[in-house]
Design a protein around this ligand. Structure first.
Ligand SMILES: *Cc1c(COP(=O)(O)O)cnc(C)c1O
Length: 372
């Protein structure tokens, strides 16, 4: 049937009809109408984290990782030393791109089922004065863990370290307040909790550090200072903008604001997450994380112990019923993931659980319970 499947994935995700319809128009990249949309989007994004006056928003073409890479290259001097707090796959990706750009990088490993420990980070920062910057992933989408942004930001401030935050899967849903939480750069993208379509990222940069960042980046296209200066001067993007993505994000932000902004989005995602976990528990499934450290963004479930379980077949059967699941990303445990974000509510989550129940029946699996 010609009907969109529900995406239970952490981006791209299900968008509203209004957001999709916003893309049915051509825009000139130099045109004043389009540039007004860009300006409005930048202003709204800044307001989400209460950064007016103290911070700027610099958008960048590409998927979210492009913006993480651009933020590191722009903010960290070439002789800087970055400490990556590592409790999952996206942390390892941030470390890899940092090294590839020639910055010294140290990984500080943590268990992927736990938030990073501020106490351990305090010890490390006290013991190694060569560290200049810290990278924290706010919500580690690999397992779905919520990391303690405020505590790590306070530590970085206390020890005089720069902080780069990958807030890709939390921006717009979890509370981030730039008035209280000090960061140098905070990165997110169009196609996550703001419920736009994928294709652009953006970096919230603290004004106080902006000038000193000039010349850090070894990349032309990903130099955020250059992008910022050009945009301020001309109102235009430096190179061809993803016009349809920008107007879709503009429309998605209008709906975000009408819904009640970040608190309302968090409330809806929290209901989604609760509905999912409760429904799955009734089928025997067990979440990988303790509820206390679970962000309401994406839930990792243990694979069922039943020998008839196979993710590929499970995925295909759920897909045939209209729901797109996500594979697990953990190194040691067999899991799969279900996203709670996107233009969906508890009703869709109930339907998803029902589809999964029927999928288990199809596969002859009596229970989703993992090996004990
Ligand atoms: C989605 C995501 C990214 C960006 O991934 P892309 O595939 O480049 O969009 C980065 N970090 C986290 C934590 C994410 O969830």
């Amino acid at each position: 049937m010609d009907r969109d499947k529900i995406l239970l994935t952490p981006g791209p995700l299900t968008t509203t009809l209004r957001t999709k319809l916003a893309m049915l128009k051509d825009w000139g990249s130099w045109d004043a109408d389009f540039n007004a949309v860009t300006a409005s989007v930048r202003k709204s994004l800044l307001a989400v984290v209460h950064g007016a006056g103290s911070h700027v928003v610099v958008p960048l073409q590409g998927s979210g990782t492009f913006s993480v890479e651009a933020a590191v290259a722009t903010v960290v001097p070439r002789d800087g030393h970055v400490l990556v707090l590592d409790n999952g796959a996206y942390c390892k990706r941030a470390a890899r791109l940092t090294s590839l750009m020639g910055r010294r990088c140290t990984l500080m490993p943590f268990d992927e089922s736990q938030p990073v420990s501020p106490m351990a980070v305090a010890d490390k920062l006290g013991a190694d004065p060569s560290v200049t910057h810290v990278i924290l992933i706010h919500c580690e989408t690999g397992a779905g863990v919520l990391n303690p942004l405020r505590e790590i930001a306070d530590l970085c401030e206390k020890h005089g370290k720069g902080l780069i935050v990958d807030a890709m899967s939390s921006f717009g849903a979890l509370d981030i307040d730039a008035r209280e939480t000090r960061f140098d750069a905070l990165v997110a993208a169009s196609g996550k909790c703001l419920e736009g379509v994928p294709g652009m990222g953006f970096v919230v940069i603290r004004k106080a550090i902006l000038e000193a960042c000039a010349g850090n980046s070894q990349s032309l296209a990903m130099d955020l200072v250059d992008q910022y200066i050009y945009m301020e001067k001309t109102t235009q993007w430096r190179f061809t903008p993803p016009t349809h993505v920008v107007v879709a994000l503009h429309e998605a932000i209008a709906q975000f604001e009408a819904e009640g902004g970040q608190p309302a989005r968090l409330a809806r995602y929290t209901r989604n997450c609760e509905t999912l976990v409760r429904g799955m528990a009734a089928l025997g499934f067990k979440p990988f994380l303790d509820a206390a450290v679970q962000a309401p963004i994406i839930v990792t479930f243990h694979a069922p112990a039943d020998p008839r379980y196979d993710f590929t077949a499970f995925y295909a059967a759920a897909r045939a019923r209209g729901f797109i699941l996500y594979p697990g990303k953990l190194t040691t445990v067999d899991t799969f993931r279900v996203g709670c974000i996107g233009a969906i509510g508890p009703h869709e989550m109930e339907q998803a659980v029902h589809a999964i129940a029927l999928t288990l029946q199809d596969m002859g699996i009596a229970s989703g319970a993992p090996a004990s």
